[in-house]
Design a protein around this ligand. Structure first.
Ligand SMILES: [Zn+2]
Length: 290
């Protein structure tokens, strides 16, 4: 009889234990299930956001496209100029008004502003007023050496890409060596300007009456060389051009034969960003559509 009572107690305890464990399992199950529902809900609400970013349809309120890992491609339904402007608007806080000196400079040298490389730093405006402004910008850049040179530096992404091209093909610098072909100071830019032009020509450029000079020399404070995104090279063969193009380097300043710009896009992508292909003197230039 005593044994039976003990057995009963043991059985009761076992039942209580089992019930307790079942309840705990049930609670865990409910928690996991509700969590999954929450996740599912989140995934569903996130979808329109992705669609918005992928199609670039507007408006996309409070979404910074900079934070997405997906590379930006302009909306193909826009025209060339709109595609280009939509790309550079991501990098430039203010896009200059048509007809202004800044707009003329953007048309001539603005190809760099489509660069999607997060490691690339773009200037806050199209022209630096003096050496101090130039130096302040240049001090913020991460620079890299062009292989085989002593004092030729470019922004690191640009020099890495150029070094890759130069590992495929022998591509000499215009002067053979030296910093004059690479990132320049304000005073070097000014010295080159004075060598080919003068203040009267500058006034005409500012009024939009003279543009040819922009393919010879950049006005003071406006050169792509100040930004660490351009280099002057001696290129003669198709193979050299191909190696440069495959690594994001293109000729973007019409008639400036030795001048190469780091755009950082593939050749196929250039038209998607609105660039116009123009062949002059057997050389393919990719011109801004402004
Ligand atoms: Zn140049």
């Amino acid at each position: 009889m005593k044994l039976t009572i003990r057995n009963k107690k043991i059985i009761t305890r076992a039942i209580r234990k089992a019930t307790f464990i079942s309840i705990v399992i049930l609670i865990i199950f409910i928690l996991v299930a509700s969590n999954e529902i929450t996740h599912h809900k989140l995934a569903r609400t996130a979808q329109p956001l992705n669609v918005c970013l992928n199609t670039d349809s507007l408006p996309c309120p409070n979404i910074s496209t900079e934070t997405t890992s997906k590379p930006f491609i302009p909306n193909p339904e826009l025209n060339e100029q709109q595609r280009f402007l939509s790309a550079i608007a991501r990098k430039l806080t203010t896009v200059p008004q048509a007809g202004t000196y800044e707009y003329i400079l953007l048309r001539a040298y603005g190809a760099v502003f489509v660069n999607q490389d997060v490691g690339i730093k773009l200037p806050p405006k199209h022209l630096f007023a003096n050496e101090q402004e130039t130096q302040e910008f240049q001090a913020t850049l991460t620079m890299g050496n062009v292989d085989g040179t002593k004092d030729c530096y470019l922004q690191k992404s640009a020099s890495d890409a150029l070094n890759k091209a130069r590992s495929l093909q022998k591509i000499p610098l215009k002067s053979g060596y030296g910093s004059g072909d690479c990132t320049r100071t304000f005073s070097t830019n000014l010295r080159f300007w004075r060598k080919y032009a003068n203040n009267q020509i500058l006034a005409k450029v500012q009024q939009g009456k003279e543009t040819k000079i922009l393919g010879v020399v950049a006005p003071p404070g406006t050169s792509q060389h100040l930004w660490g995104l351009a280099i002057d090279l001696r290129v003669g063969s198709k193979e050299q051009r191909k190696a440069l193009n495959q690594n994001g380097w293109f000729q973007t300043v019409q008639n400036d034969v030795p001048h190469w710009t780091y755009v950082g896009l593939t050749e196929e992508d250039l038209p998607l960003f609105g660039f116009k292909k123009q062949i002059t003197g057997g050389i393919t230039y990719w011109i801004t559509p402004l």
